[in-house]
Design a protein around this ligand. Structure first.
Ligand code: UN1
Length: 498
């Protein structure tokens, strides 16, 4: 299917994807997919006003009824999974299998949110005063601003939107300016769900398109009590203080520099599969991609030999035609990869793989062979996140050293260990183990399910979204004490009689 037919099948109004001032291209071959109209600070302000209006109505709708809208959105996503997955591949360059996987992640969070819509539970708390009842409830927060990145162009919106909607909050979404078409497709599917729902207020879900200036208008708007932003640490470093200065809340999902430890007892067949998916999958462009490998010295040579074989077998090419690795998103990304490999060589690294491919047949696209680099020690380029398929490998002697290496980077998103030693596995997951938001055993660093809270510590930003109790950030907590007695005793036994 051509992208135009896909947009049609996804019910995107053709007028929205032509004649605009932002050209959209496919990383697969550099071809132009359309052009969309960018927002301005003024149009962002109007959209926020509409969202505020929607909030006053939506917050009064019972949670389970709000869940019904999300159930319908999930149905639309199920019906359109193949088309949306394919459009994700065309616009973001990830392989079809992963494009569809991303849509499945959207369906999963919708299912989760529907169940949640009948919970949203608080607490009852023992009061120290006779004839008093104390409770804690969760109330809708207000319109939520969502900023997402090109690499998960649709799933991140759904993680936020499915939860925000059942929590009673409208959403305004600024997708990456590299992937506006998939965003328009999500919005079209949302509008179909809203139509079937019947009485959803206008402006429950809206999109703003544009670059950083448009994002700033949203970030600075005090009518948006929560800004949920996914992207680089550099972006988060700008967004967080701006939102904090107006006492807004942020949910930040920033960079990762994720490591896998390969212990002497590791099942190397499992480990190799976990490493390759984590390091070369999505062309190394997941926030959870495996960027560092910490290997016990006793198995180092075996692991390197097996990695060489695995990397040679990886197919790089058109993501719609069965390759395992698609293109990088753009030239800047490729240049970043080249610069990192150059730096790694200068720091004494031995590079396996890397380099541009398919430039003859696809001169406007940026395909690279994934690379792994044997480093003499963990330093320099290895502690930086390069959003490309590069994995650095170092040796370790003692388990304590492996954990120290794992933790010695500024980011703290995902981590994993391959071991069959229960002491190592449990220590890795303990207070003295991995310092990351995600810590896995005998599974790679990427590809988390939606049921758990997703996010990381340190420069990853500390936010948690998707499963578990991540919904609480989309709500305001209220503590209430009700006096059903005929006295007015004061807490802490204070006497204050007139
Ligand atoms: C991201 O790269 O921004 O755990 C999100 C994973 C996916 C999400 C990645 N479920 O790899």
């Amino acid at each position: 299917m051509e992208h135009k037919d896909l947009l049609d099948a996804l019910h995107v109004d053709p007028a929205l994807v032509t004649g605009g001032d932002l050209e959209v291209t496919s990383p697969i071959d550099g071809s132009v997919l359309g052009s969309v109209q960018q927002d301005t600070a003024a149009s962002v302000s109007e959209k926020v006003a509409l969202a505020v209006g929607a909030f006053t109505k939506w917050r009064a709708v019972p949670g389970p009824r709000r869940g019904e809208l999300v159930r319908l959105l999930g149905e639309e996503l199920r019906t359109h999974k193949d088309e949306l997955g394919r459009l994700v591949s065309i616009e973001a360059g990830k392989i079809l299998e992963e494009g569809k996987g991303e849509v499945q992640e959207m369906i999963d969070i919708c299912d989760f949110a529907v169940g949640l819509s009948r919970q949203l539970y608080g607490l009852t708390i023992a009061s120290e005063r006779p004839g008093h009842a104390m409770r804690e409830t969760w109330q809708p927060l207000g319109p939520v601003g969502v900023i997402s990145a090109f690499n998960f162009p649709v799933a991140v919106w759904s993680w936020n939107t499915a939860l925000a909607l059942v929590c009673g909050d409208p959403v305004i979404w600024k997708p990456s300016e590299k992937t506006p078409l998939t965003a328009l497709a999500c919005q079209a599917l949302f509008l179909r769900a809203a139509e079937r729902f019947g009485d959803a207020p206008d402006g429950l879900s809206q999109i703003i398109i544009g670059a950083a200036d448009v994002g700033e208008a949203m970030v600075d708007d005090p009518r948006l009590p929560l800004i949920s932003a996914t992207g680089s640490c550099a972006m988060g470093r700008k967004v967080a203080p701006r939102v904090a200065s107006r006492f807004g809340r942020t949910l930040l999902e920033l960079g990762g520099n994720n490591a896998i430890i390969i212990a002497p007892t590791a099942d190397l067949d499992l480990a190799l599969r976990g490493i390759t998916f984590g390091a070369v999958g999505t062309a190394g462009q997941r926030c959870t991609s495996t960027r560092r490998l910490i290997v016990h010295e006793s198995i180092y040579d075996t692991v390197i030999a097996r990695l060489k074989k695995a990397y040679e077998a990886v197919t790089v090419g058109n993501p719609l035609e069965g390759s395992l690795v698609g293109p990088l998103i753009d030239k800047q990304s490729f240049d970043g990869m080249e610069a990192a490999l150059k730096k790694a060589r200068a720091e004494g690294g031995t590079v396996h793989g890397g380099g541009r491919v398919l430039d003859d047949s696809l001169p406007k696209a940026w395909y690279a062979r994934p690379a792994f680099v044997e480093m003499p020690k963990q330093a320099g380029v290895m502690v930086e996140e390069t959003f490309a398929p590069i994995m650095y490998v170092v040796k370790y002697k003692t388990f304590e050293e492996a954990i120290a290496l794992q933790n010695a980077v500024p980011q703290g998103l995902s981590s994993s260990i391959f071991t069959n030693d229960v002491r190592e596995a449990e220590t890795f997951l303990s207070a003295t183990g991995s310092d990351c938001g995600i810590a896995n055993v005998n599974i790679g660093t990427s590809g988390a399910e939606i049921g758990g809270a997703f996010g990381g510590e340190k420069e990853t930003g500390g936010g948690r979204e998707s499963g578990s109790d991540a919904w609480k950030i989309y709500m305001r907590r209220q503590t209430s004490t009700v006096n059903y007695s005929t006295e007015l005793p004061l807490a802490q036994g204070i006497k204050f009689d007139i």
